[in-house]
Design a protein around this ligand. Sequence first.
Ligand SMILES: NC(=O)c1ccc[n+]([C@@H]2O[C@H](COP(=O)([O-])OP(=O)(O)OC[C@H]3O[C@@H](n4cnc5c(N)ncnc54)[C@H](OP(=O)(O)O)[C@@H]3O)[C@@H](O)[C@H]2O)c1
Length: 301
Amino acid sequence: MAEVLILSGKTVSQHVYHSLQPRIDSLTRSGVIPGLAVVLVGDNPASQIYVNSKAKRFDKLGLFSETFKLPENIPENDILSLINDLNNDNRFHGILVQMPLPEHLNESTVIRTINPEKDVDGFHPENMGLLASGIPRFIPCTPKGIMRILEYYQIDPSGKHVVVIGRSNIVGRPVSILMSLKQEFSNATTTICHSGTSDISYFTRQADILIAAMGVPEFVKAHQVKKGVVIIDVGINRVEDDSKKGYTLVGDVDFINVAEKASAITPVPGGVGVMTIAMLVENTVEAAEHLVSGGVVAGDL
Ligand SMILES: NC(=O)c1ccc[n+]([C@@H]2O[C@H](COP(=O)([O-])OP(=O)(O)OC[C@H]3O[C@@H](n4cnc5c(N)ncnc54)[C@H](OP(=O)(O)O)[C@@H]3O)[C@@H](O)[C@H]2O)c1
């Protein structure tokens, strides 16, 4: 049996950082250090871990980042007012609000307050609209990271059937749009499954490339995929156990059994998750370049 190819986000992200270095150096020579403002509300442990790893990566690359920690019960007007200040603060080329937000805050209002030109997460309706129109400005980091993994390993979605499980604005929907764009390394036929899909296995078994982004530990089993499928496992789920940490991270795919049938698969951890941070860095560098050139970022209108 042919051995499965492990699609390593670690390898691809190192490649991304390496190729970003000359762009970062060039910005630094012009006196611009790409800067990211991270807004963190409350003390959700998973969000704190994400925010810390983002800050560490920016530090390691000599970039600027600052985290604004806000109390869980912050009134909505206060967070909107902070975002307005950040919109006007030239040290920051990118603004990221860590999700999820506490229930009393309206995520949509918060996202819409970010200046779309600093929206390095790509969640602002203007950026989502540009993406859906096939002329993306900032592409959401996780979907962008998925495309970059496929490109690195020369797995071309063109002409393939890509099945995505999950339709969130963060992963499922934007990745399905990216996959179907009429351009190189896209051009796939796409299907999106969700909790309203009546027979998910019917679709997953047809997938040449299966993207699982649902947040259900090890949901996808070997009998639901065809031989030779390429698996992109976006899920990051904590499953409690009696290990030292008290939990193990698993994806949305039953890795061990599905890997036996797949031709290629992303691991969890070390797959898509690492790429998300690499793409955040790339988007922030792009935003800073935009400022320096006074022009448009790649793909902009
Ligand atoms: N690797 C990374 O960097 C990264 C980044 C973001 C998220 N994630 C992980 O990716 C996973 C998904 O995140 P998300 O933010 O997209 O989650 P989300 O907003 O909760 O969306 C989950 C999607 O999956 C669908 N779904 C859930 N259970 C299902 C089921 N049993 N059958 C069919 N569809 C089902 C939901 O359907 P409905 O729409 O019908 O509810 C929804 O569309 C999570 O594990 C998250 O931690 C990883």
